[in-house]
Design a protein around this ligand. Structure first.
Ligand SMILES: Nc1ncnc2c1ncn2[C@@H]1O[C@H](COP(=O)(O)OP(=O)(O)OP(=O)(O)O)[C@@H](O)[C@H]1O
Ligand code: SF4
Ligand SMILES: [Mg+2]
Length: 388
């Protein structure tokens, strides 16, 4: 990761609470859903931060809050060095030119009564931008770029498949060449074989335009394909934040460890031998989160202190932040025992020699893309053997 660049997005102690109201004629606020409860992270230009966690843990609310599509309760959001936390609707207009969103459900995200041409050209008209050669030409180029037939300019969303509709959503999101896109479960509604194609497209666009993504998903295997860094969320909190290589090879948080142990792997023998950590109990309500560590009611290594004292996010190793009193000992201090992630390619210097740094490439996903659709539920990239 290129740490030297300033982050495009810096989020500090973000909280987004929703009021819980009583029923009846005169509803009163009787509590709060703490959807996002003090999260901090950065996203760097041209990089992807994957945000992963169970349903209801606050992923979408985080994504929407950073774009100010829902109003945060407190905290700070800095976009391109500008504090946008309290900007007015009008002041947000130029920011919105540089930030976009791709939604989970391509069926609902597109207006069925608008043609594809009208949908993709909307950002130009909303922002009053006329691209060189005109909007129609730009939209047709965009359609071609995302793998749609430009001759289908006047067709309606209903005439496209799920994958094609997501391409329409992606074309709309990249129309103004944004610096940052929140991708909220962009492939979750798609068939497995189509997922790889859409992830490929997102990665190609990232490489081409240097876009930063906040990639929200509940599927750790999918997040692994595209992320440079991964944040694991649980009940409104970021439990672990690390580079992709560190998180998947050496999870330090018990929750991450449990999530990873649930990913199926293709080798039946390895699958049989591998420890599968079952989480006890149900996900607590974010309206009444547990005391201390919010994960303590389900944690397999909780101790008395966990119910009392909230663990603060701590950098246990460089770039590897964990909110836990008792991180997984097996992996602590084991940094650098594996090589670089196979999904990364060495970054070359001007003279063509390796710089020692790595960057995301499409090689792995392209490779996987070929057998991705081999059968239903084909497991994808199981990751290094160390956590099997
Ligand atoms: N507008 C809202 N009003 C009240 N509560 C909300 C609102 N939006 C989200 N919530 C609640 O906030 C919590 C977090 O929701 P959020 O949609 O951010 O989770 P998520 O991680 O994206 O889940 P999923 O994986 O199902 O999409 C949930 O308990 C949800 O019910
Ligand atoms: S702080 Fe305690 S309960 Fe929370 S994850 Fe760590 S060990 Fe488990
Ligand atoms: Mg969501």
């Amino acid at each position: 990761m290129n740490e030297s660049k300033e982050p495009v997005l810096r989020v500090t102690d973000l909280r987004t609470y929703f009021p819980v109201r009583s029923k009846g004629l005169f509803p009163k606020t009787i509590g709060q859903v703490k959807a996002v409860d003090g999260v901090s992270f950065m996203v760097h230009p041209g990089q992807t931060l994957g945000l992963v966690g169970e349903s209801g843990c606050g992923k979408s609310t985080t994504g929407r809050s950073v774009l100010r599509l829902v109003e945060p309760t407190s905290g700070h959001i800095e976009f391109d060095g500008v504090d946008v936390t309290n900007l007015s609707h009008k002041e947000m207009v130029p920011i919105r030119r540089k930030a976009a969103m791709i939604f989970q459900d391509p069926y609902n995200a597109l207006n069925p009564r608008h043609t594809v041409g009208a949908i993709i050209s909307a950002p130009f008209s909303v922002q009053g931008v006329t691209p060189p050669g005109g909007v129609r030409k730009a939209v047709k180029e965009l359609m071609e770029r995302v793998g749609l037939n430009p001759e289908h300019y006047n067709r309606y969303p209903a005439e496209f498949s799920g994958g094609q509709r997501q391409r329409i959503g992606i074309a709309r999101a990249v129309a103004l060449r944004p610096r940052f896109i929140v991708c909220d479960e962009p492939v979750s509604a798609l068939d497995v074989s189509i997922q790889a194609q859409v992830i490929n497209l997102l990665r190609d666009l990232q490489d081409e335009f240097g876009i930063a993504y906040l990639f929200v998903a509940h599927d750790l295997a999918v997040v692994r394909q595209i992320s440079h860094q991964v944040a694991v969320m649980y009940l409104g909190h970021v439990m672990e934040l690390a580079t992709r290589e560190d998180l998947y090879a050496r999870p330090l948080h018990p929750y991450t460890h449990a999530l990873l142990s649930a990913i199926p792997i293709p080798d039946p023998r390895a699958q049989k031998q591998r420890e599968h950590i079952m989480l006890s109990g149900d996900l607590p309500s974010p309206a009444a989160p547990p005391s201390g560590c919010v994960f303590h009611t389900r944690c397999f290594q909780a101790q008395d202190i966990c119910a009392v004292e909230k663990p603060e996010p701590t950098e246990f190793e460089p770039g590897h932040q964990v909110a836990c009193h008792f991180p997984i000992e097996e992996f602590l201090g084991t940094k650098e025992i594996i090589g670089p992630d196979p999904g990364l390619t060495p970054r070359l210097g001007a003279d063509g020699s390796p710089t020692g740094e790595y960057e995301g490439s499409n090689d792995l996903i392209r490779e996987l893309g070929t057998d991705y659709g081999a059968g239903p539920n084909t497991p994808i990239d199981p990751g290094p053997a160390i956590w099997r």
